[in-house]
Design a protein around this ligand. Structure first.
Ligand code: 5GP
Length: 179
């Protein structure tokens, strides 16, 4: 399908699944190399968006690996820095662990930096970030991304786990908004 409609918006195919899978393999290979012979890392997948990325990378891992899923509480406070949301669902002890955060997309960078700040309060050994997509032109924060599947232009996209108003996560390709 080259075009899809999600709710009131039309989207056209921007990244075919073959390119996504190639990017996934590269990310996984790099993680395999970096963690070979090290203590088992814990992958922390940020729901909902990162579930497909996490599953696909995980299938390509040859190192000893653990995965857990967390999400943000619906609570939204306000602060000068913008949205402040709390991570929930973390049941593992992160003390002294290698943690790899799995994110679907880094846009402004606010969300990922918020995740890293919260994870660091649990005293992990180190924290790395893997993101399927990165929009460098939208990023307003200083971010340190260790594994990036693809850099994309500053356009709204859906598919491959990413939604528009709850829908569109199911597509294996990525689509960008046209109208
Ligand atoms: P940031 O805090 O970096 O601006 O945004 C990160 C979050 O915003 C992502 O985890 C994702 O939920 C959402 N997001 C950012 N850009 C897009 C996009 O193009 N499409 C969709 N569906 N979500 C996006």
């Amino acid at each position: 399908m080259d075009k899809i409609k999600v709710r009131d918006k039309e989207f056209k195919k921007a990244i075919p699944c073959e390119d996504i899978q190639q990017a996934i393999k590269k990310v996984a290979e790099k993680i395999n190399r970096d963690f070979e012979g090290k203590e088992t890392p814990l992958f922390l997948s940020i729901l909902n968006g990162a579930f497909m990325f996490t599953a696909d990378v995980f299938k390509e891992l040859t190192i000893s690996s653990e995965v857990s899923f967390v999400k943000f509480s619906s609570y939204r406070g306000t602060a000068t820095s913008g949205k402040v949301k709390e991570l929930i669902g973390l049941n593992e002890d992160l003390t002294g662990r290698h943690v790899i955060i799995m994110e679907d997309i880094v846009d402004t960078g606010l969300t990922i930096n918020n995740v890293v700040r919260q994870i660091k309060t649990y005293n992990p050994k180190d924290v790395k970030i893997a993101t399927m997509l990165f929009k460098p032109d939208a990023c307003v924060e200083e971010v340190s991304l260790d594994y990036v599947g693809m850099e994309i232009p500053n356009e709204f996209i859906v598919g491959y786990g990413l939604d528009y108003d709850g829908l569109g996560r199911n597509y294996k390709d990525i689509y960008k908004v046209v109208s």
